[in-house]
Design a protein around this ligand. Structure first.
Ligand code: SF4
Length: 332
């Protein structure tokens, strides 16, 4: 049997090429080798959201992007975290075996306290417990992570290890599948690509929008005039060419170095490459978006499949913990 992969993503709305190159593309390829469970972690989002006004729309848009990018709901379970309430149950049960000191030392908790001192809610400190419940509820064995997320996964492993040692084996310890997520810088060439920095290109963007956004990108700061030789190794447009125009990168690098190509033309080539690479994606997305209720149906089907696993796990957990079974009353 294929091992089970679990991965969750906060609902961030339309995905950008940084999301695609850094995560979604990898999820698509994992489907051939693993039994994949992909979850929109909408409850996690509540720990930091100031308003839930856009939450539903963000979920729809993100799931449409996943599906258009190649996440196949026939192969993988695709669902929303809040649709499977057993995760809240397991979160509560795990919270009884997790020492508070483990949670208070988590670096991201300390960062969040600094970032939102007006909203240090319980969910922030319990975040790793809920994350562990997400993975363990489906007996996830493999979790694709970047190196920066390894400490979180180690904490999840400690929690399930502690549960298993206190009550008996239920959960496999999830293993990291280290993925070399390429760091995709935004159009400012400085920060990671992110909607919050407005330095992104949406994967569903039409060609004209791609061109307009690429034209705003920062290039080699030392190349002030068209006649100045460029340094492609420090230029973010060049990095993006490596993903989207791989067959021409050598030529672009040498032309840039001898000032044979200007940045405007170089950007036009990149915009064209991004636009044509993502054209099949845009078409597929538009076709899916035109089907009424398509995303709802995918998520409902995913939740049914996820809940069937979740119910079994919770039964097993309660049995191990010696919680009292609810008596079945005879029907009249
Ligand atoms: S020509 Fe291209 S690679 Fe060279 S600095 Fe300009 S945008 Fe960057």
């Amino acid at each position: 049997m294929a091992k089970r992969v679990f991965s969750g993503f906060r609902p961030t709305g339309k995905q950008h090429i940084g999301n695609y190159l850094g995560a979604v593309r990898n999820w698509v390829s994992l489907q051939d080798e693993y039994d994949c469970v992909y979850c929109v972690v909408d409850i996690h989002a509540l720990t930091t959201l100031e308003s839930t006004e856009m939450l539903r729309e963000d979920i729809y848009e993100m799931v449409l992007d996943w599906l258009a990018a190649g996440i196949d709901p026939q192969k993988s379970i695709v669902f929303a975290q809040s649709h499977v309430p057993q995760v809240m149950e397991l979160h509560t049960l795990f919270s009884m075996v997790t020492p508070l000191s483990w949670l208070l030392r988590v670096p991201t908790f300390k960062e969040k306290v600094k970032m939102q001192p007006h909203n240090v809610n319980y969910g922030l400190v319990g975040y790793p417990v809920l994350m562990t419940a997400d993975i363990a509820l489906y007996k996830g064995e493999v979790v694709p992570v970047g190196e920066d997320q390894l400490p979180h996964l180690e904490l999840a492993r400690e929690i399930v290890r502690r549960f298993n040692s206190l009550y008996g084996f239920v959960f496999p310890e999830p293993q990291a599948k280290l993925t070399s997520f390429p760091l995709v810088l935004g159009l400012d060439g400085v920060q990671k690509m992110s909607k919050s920095y407005n330095n992104h290109i949406e994967i569903a963007a039409p060609p004209q929008e791609i061109l307009e956004r690429v034209m705003t990108a920062v290039t080699d700061p030392a190349r002030r005039y068209r006649s100045d030789p460029g340094h492609p190794e420090v230029c973010n447009i060049f990095r993006l060419h490596k993903f989207f125009t791989p067959e021409r990168v050598d030529g672009i690098a040498s032309e840039c170095r001898r000032a044979g190509i200007g940045c405007v033309d170089c950007k036009k080539i990149l915009a064209q490459s991004i636009g044509s690479t993502l054209e099949p994606f845009r078409e597929k997305r538009a076709a899916m978006a035109a089907k009424p209720n398509y995303v709802d149906e995918v998520l409902a089907e995913g939740a049914n499949r996820a809940e069937a696993i979740a119910r079994e796990t919770i039964e097993e957990v309660k049995e191990k913990m010696k919680l009292l079974q609810r008596a079945k009353l005879a029907t009249q």
